[in-house]
Design a protein around this ligand. Structure first.
Ligand SMILES: CC(C)=CCC/C(C)=C/CC/C(C)=C/CC/C(C)=C/COP(=O)(O)OP(=O)(O)O
Ligand SMILES: O=P(O)(O)OC[C@@H](O)CO
Ligand SMILES: [Mg+2]
Length: 257
């Protein structure tokens, strides 16, 4: 096997050790207007976004390559694929969250798509980030739950989430992603994040329904390492500097201790 790239994995694990938090913006390829995108990219870079996650459960507009090219042209922010299927692999991205949907029992999303993706990933120069992906019930049926044909974990059972994450870590997954689902009514509960934080040593990514400073802050305090925001910023771009300020405030507080 050719030498693997570890840049983003190393960054995530260093930041986790230093308890420094990161902010990822989810870009839905179906919702990006390429003519206004450069302006948005400069705005995001100016406010200190750490990562772009690029993807969706269902993508109908196959312009991921153009989106990645613009990210590289206008920013130095890593473009990380967040794929719903092996059709969403774009080799010009910097990395890919190789999700295994461990909260579900759909073999296609535990290992099936990965077998199809493996030779493409090997040929690409993508950094592979093996990630245990867990859906948490969030008050409504989300696109990802419907498309994946899986039942999310109950939101009042942090113990099940902790055991699932721990099993994922024992299986060798290097990150845990707790997702309430895009546009969730309720974000992942703090108790669930805290239980998973206590169970595993991996970086924890948290997303779904984070649409305010307070919700971002609650997730960070519960133990999230990376906060992901998509829909909230699509609806109101002012949310981007708000969440960025929340992550920055958390990190600055650390430095002053
Ligand atoms: C192995 C490879 C390459 C792919 C499979 C990856 C797996 C297991 C995916 C799990 C299931 C899945 C469909 C994940 C998609 C997650 C995602 C990018 C969500 C973003 O939000 P949307 O669900 O698109 O919500 P909207 O309806 O708001 O657009
Ligand atoms: O769009 P939102 O609700 O911010 O969710 C982001 C991401 O975690 C969804 O997979
Ligand atoms: Mg989408």
């Amino acid at each position: 096997m050719k030498a693997a790239k570890h840049q983003i994995a190393d960054l995530l694990s260093e930041r986790k050790t230093e308890k420094r938090k990161s902010f990822a913006v989810l870009l839905d390829p179906d919702k990006i207007n390429l003519s206004t995108f450069p302006k948005f990219l400069e705005y995001a870079a100016g406010h200190g976004v750490d990562f772009f996650f690029v993807g969706g459960s269902l993508i109908t507009n196959y312009a991921i390559d153009k989106l990645i090219a613009a990210i590289h042209e206008y920013t130095r922010i890593p473009a990380i694929l967040f794929p719903g299927s092996s059709l969403h692999i774009e080799p010009t991205a910097d990395a890919i969250l190789l999700l295994s949907l461990i909260s579900g029992r759909n073999p296609e999303l535990l290992i099936g798509q990965h077998v199809i993706a493996a030779p493409l990933l090997k040929r690409s120069n993508l950094e592979v980030l093996p990630t245990g992906y867990m859906l948490i019930e969030s008050g409504k049926l989300t696109t990802v739950s419907y498309i994946s044909n899986t039942t999310p974990l109950p939101r009042d059972k942090p113990g099940i989430a902790a055991c699932t994450a721990l099993a994922g870590e024992y299986l060798g997954l290097k990150n845990i992603f707790l997702d309430a689902g895009s546009g969730a009514l309720f974000p992942v509960p703090g108790e669930t994040i805290a239980a998973v934080r206590a169970a595993v040593d991996t970086p924890i990514i948290v997303g779904g329904g984070i649409d305010s400073y307070e919700k971002a802050d609650a997730a960070l305090h519960a133990g999230a390492d990376v906060i992901v925001v998509g829909n909230g910023i699509e609806a109101n771009q002012e949310l981007l500097p708000e969440v960025a300020a929340c992550v920055r405030a958390y990190n600055e507080k650390l430095e002053s201790v």
